[in-house]
Design a protein around this ligand. Structure first.
Ligand code: NAP
Ligand code: F7E
Length: 347
């Protein structure tokens, strides 16, 4: 009897110790090699998370980790091979890692490419979301899930300022695929009670933005022109308007969504819109150049169907998550130009 009571006291003490020492939360990020994946990994590491990242195996995996290297965190994250198209691999990964939170950032994310690769875009950006949700449902249904939805879903905008209640009207295979991803997230929340949230994020950029997107294309070109490495910048539709914020601010909103008791959908935006041309002017004037000496409009860069204007209303994110943007579009573009100047000076 004495031995039994000693054992039960020890067990109770162990349980108490477990609660006292907070066990690190585990996060799994798909798309960890991308812009948002890198910043989100950095944020979660700073909060004490054990961070796992799904990455496609490739013969150039050293290059793929370049964003994590830029932030100096490549050794702190645990990379696991995987692909959004591979359901059994995803089930195995969720079974092994048992994440508390799963952020689905992986996608074929370049709108212009989606007309060239509509089937791939549909499979990865759309159906891939179901694969991740199925892995959660089968392997660990209490995992909290974040889906990277997009303002592109508003497309041909149905209201001048877009909120969570604005009807969608997608204008590209990418946007159609994202709309599927958004609704399957809502559906798994309502069907299976999964803690699944969808962040409808407006454009967000940074020095880690892919070079094919317009902001980074502009800041890289401006740096090259300033350093005498190039003379012109070729763009398509410069009258398109976007609500641009900084990726660092936007990954904070993703994390906040998964800390809520109840899952929900949120618009994340700055509430300010500018033309592509205005964004270019900020970049050129930052290094003392005149835009009209270098900008060339190229009809070949216009899209088959354009999203002319996006302007988000972040009121719900502010009220419920306490989220606000902290970096202005001007500060963002100047930071990107400076980073590209430094890159080219080093090269
Ligand atoms: P990004 O830089 O293009 O990163 C996309 C990531 O997805 C990369 O890590 C890529 O891996 C991965 N990926 C692509 N196909 C995959 C597959 N079949 N299996 C596994 N991984 C795959 O995109 P981002 O700007 O960080 O955006 C993150 C997410 O938010 C995306 O879903 C995007 O559509 C969405 N979003 C972005 C914005 C924005 O303004 N940035 C706004 C709204 C929504 P590789 O390195 O191997 O290519
Ligand atoms: O284009 C115009 C182009 O490719 C912005 C993705 O992260 O945000 C991004 O999608 C605008 C468009 O971003 C060029 O026609 C003019 O009107 O930088 P972008 P995007 O298509 O808005 C949303 C929210 C996402 O979800 C996407 O994943 O700029 N534009 N001339 C050009 N765009 C590019 N790329 N290149 C040009 O030469």
């Amino acid at each position: 009897t004495a031995l039994r009571s000693l054992l039960s006291i020890t067990r109770a003490k162990l349980r108490q110790d477990d609660q006292e020492f907070d066990v690190a939360k585990k996060a799994l990020i798909t798309g960890i090699t991308g812009q948002d994946g890198a910043y989100l990994a950095q944020l979660l590491l700073s909060k004490g998370y054990e961070v796992h990242g799904l990455a496609r195996r490739s013969s150039t995996s050293d290059v793929n980790l370049s964003r994590l290297q830029w932030l100096g965190i490549e050794k702190d994250v645990r990379i696991v091979d995987g692909d959004l198209l591979d359901l059994s691999g995803l089930v195995r990964t969720v079974t092994d890692i048992k994440p508390d939170e799963l952020y689905n950032l992986a996608a074929q994310s370049f709108v212009a490419s989606s007309w060239q690769q509509p089937v791939l875009t549909g499979n990865v950006t759309g159906l891939g979301v179901t694969n991740v949700l199925e892995a959660i449902r089968l392997a660990k249904p209490d995992t909290r899930f974040y889906q990277a939805s997009s303002s592109e879903m508003y497309g041909l905008v149905q209201q001048p300022v877009q909120s969570e209640t604005t009807p969608f009207y997608p204008r590209s295979p990418y946007a159609v695929a994202k709309l599927y991803g958004h609704w399957i997230t809502v559906n798994y929340r309502e069907s299976f009670g999964i803690h699944a949230s969808s962040g409808i994020l407006f454009n967000h950029e940074s020095p880690l933005r892919g070079i094919e997107f317009v902001t980074r294309k502009v800041t890289d070109s401006v740096a090259r022109i300033k350093l005498g490495l190039s003379k012109e910048l070729r763009l398509g539709n410069t009258s398109a308007k976007r609500d641009w914020g900084h990726a660092k601010d936007y990954v904070r909103a993703m994390w906040l969504m998964l800390q809520q008791d109840t899952p929900d959908d949120y618009v994340v935006a700055t509430g300010r819109t500018s033309t592509v041309r205005t964004m270019c002017e900020i970049a050129f004037s930052h290094v003392g150049l005149n835009i009209d000496d270098h900008l060339v409009i190229d009809e070949a860069l216009f899209r088959p169907a354009e999203v002319e204007i996006l302007l988000g209303d972040p009121a719900k994110a502010k009220a419920k998550l306490g989220w606000e943007t902290s970096i202005s579009m001007e500060e963002l573009i100047r930071e990107m130009v400076d980073a590209d100047m430094a890159r080219h000076r080093k090269a």
